[in-house]
Design a protein around this ligand. Structure first.
Ligand SMILES: [Zn+2]
Length: 100
């Protein structure tokens, strides 16, 4: 179970272990005052990190996939004995790689 940081206006910071499905406390268990849930540093970085990783990963996968398609066209041109076509196609692929 994750431990959440709270800040009570009167008591200051305290920690509370809660299930991830439990909703955030709104009242201080000590004084009944208003509390604010703080974003725990660890949790924040973890979510941020994995989010970025996912985005990057998918982006790279998409790029790899489209480049792979272009390279297949290169190879096809070469197999057809179309050297000029191969060179042109290959150059355009290289340009795309540079753009990435
Ligand atoms: Zn309090």
């Amino acid at each position: 179970m994750p431990i959440y940081d709270y800040k009570c206006e009167k008591c200051g910071r305290f920690e509370k272990m809660q299930k991830i499905t439990e909703s955030a406390l709104t009242e201080c268990p000590t004084c009944g005052g208003q509390v604010q849930r703080l974003i725990s540093k660890n949790v924040g970085i973890m979510f941020k990190g994995s989010g970025f990783y996912c985005t990057d990963h998918n982006r790279i996968k998409d790029q790899a996939r489209s480049l792979n398609k272009e390279r297949q066209k290169d190879n096809q041109a070469l197999l057809d004995g179309d050297v000029k076509g191969f060179v042109e196609q290959s150059e355009s692929t290289t340009k795309k790689v540079m753009d990435v």
